[in-house]
Design a protein around this ligand. Sequence first.
Ligand SMILES: Nc1ncnc2c1ncn2[C@@H]1O[C@H](COP(=O)(O)OP(=O)(O)O)[C@@H](O)[C@H]1O
Ligand code: SF4
Ligand SMILES: [Mg+2]
Length: 365
Amino acid sequence: MTAPLLKIEDLRTYFYSKSKQAFIRSVDGVSLEVGKGETLGIVGESGSGKSITAMSVMGLVSSGPGVITGKIGFKSETVQKNLLQDLEDYVTLTRTDGRIMAVQKDQDGWREVSERRMAKIRGKEISMIFQNPKQSMNPFETVGSQIAEAVRLHTDHKEEKAAKEKAIEWLDRVKIDSPRLRYDNYPYGLSGGMCQRAMIAMALSCEPQLLIADEPTTGLDATIQSKIADLLAELKSELGITTVLISHDISIISRLSDTVAVMYGGTVVETGPVKDILSRTAERKHPYTSALLTSIPSAENVKEKGHLQAIEGDVLDTINIPAGCRFYGRCSQVTDKVRERCEQQEPELREISSGHKARCWLYFD
Ligand SMILES: Nc1ncnc2c1ncn2[C@@H]1O[C@H](COP(=O)(O)OP(=O)(O)O)[C@@H](O)[C@H]1O
Ligand code: SF4
Ligand SMILES: [Mg+2]
C-alpha cells in the first residue's frame, strides 16, 4: 500500500438509547486505512457501522454522544492532522474491565472545535456522496448553480463565469447529456441516475483529496447501478482520486477497490488486498467474509444450493455486545480448539499475512 491518506485508529462512535438506557455502539473500535490514489471498499451487512464510520470522519454525526474516542489521521499535501486532535479533552470515559460504561461529553465544546477544523476540510479536502442524491441537493437551486457554487467555494475558480464553465465541464465529465442545458435543471427534473451523476460531479468539482462514496448505487435500477459503477471505474482510472467506497454490494466493491475492510457489529473483522479477501479462491478468510461471499446470489450458488443463502442469525445487537467474538452466535467455523476463546475473549485485528489482517481466533495459535 502507498502512504495512507486516511488512517483511522480505534474509532468509537456511540449513541445513547433513552428507552433502553444503554449505548448503541455503532462504531466500536474501527481501525482502517486507505493509501493515496487507492480505493478502499468497506463492505458489511446493513447496520454494521459503515455509514457512521464515514459520517464520523466528516464530523457529521449529530446525535449524542457521537464520536467519543479514537484517531482520524489525515495526511494530504496541505493538511497533516489527526482530525480528532485535542477533542478528547471534552470527553470523560468510565471503563469497567476495559469496556466503556459511561460517557460524559461537553457537546458544545467538542462541536465548536470540530466545526472550526472541519469547515476547512469538508468539501475542500474530503467530499462525500450519499445514497439518496436528490435528498442531498438543494431542491430550490439548479443543479448547475449548486456545482458552480461548490467550485467557487473550494477551488481557485472564484469568478462566476469561470465557475460555471468548470461546472459544465464536470457535468460533461460524468457523462450527462447536453450539460449546458442540464446546468439549468432543478434536481427534481433529473432521473435518479442523472442526479447521482450530478452529485458525483459536485463532489469531484471541489477537487478533493479524498472522496467518500456511501452506497452510491443503492436504490437505483439495476441497469443504472452498473452504469454508475462504470462511471466510477472510469473516473478512478482517469483521476486516480483516493476513494472510500461503502457498499453492501460485494460485486461493486470487488470491481472498484484495491483494498477492502469487512465490517461486522461496529468493528473491522478483516482487511487487506481485495484479491486476498473477496476472491472465491482466496484460502484464508474470516468466517464472516466467507459467509458474506456465499450469500451473494451468483448463478453458481443458486445452482449448488437450489436457493439463495442468507447468513443465519441476526445482525449483532450493538447494545448488548458479547464478551467474546462478536460473530460467535452465527459462526459456522468454530472448532473445539478455539470455542472457549471465541466465547469469552474478543480477538484483536491482527496481521495474518503481509497487509492482510483478520479478527479471528482460528488464525492465532
Ligand atoms: N442517530 C442514531 N441514533 C441511534 N442509533 C443509530 C443512529 N444512527 C445509526 N444508528 C445505529 O448504528 C448502527 C450502524 O449504523 P450505520 O452505520 O448506518 O450502518 P450501515 O451503514 O453499515 O448500514 C445501526 O444499528 C443503526 O441503527
Ligand atoms: S473468533 Fe471464533 S467465533 Fe469468531 S469468527 Fe473466528 S472462529 Fe468464528
Ligand atoms: Mg449505510
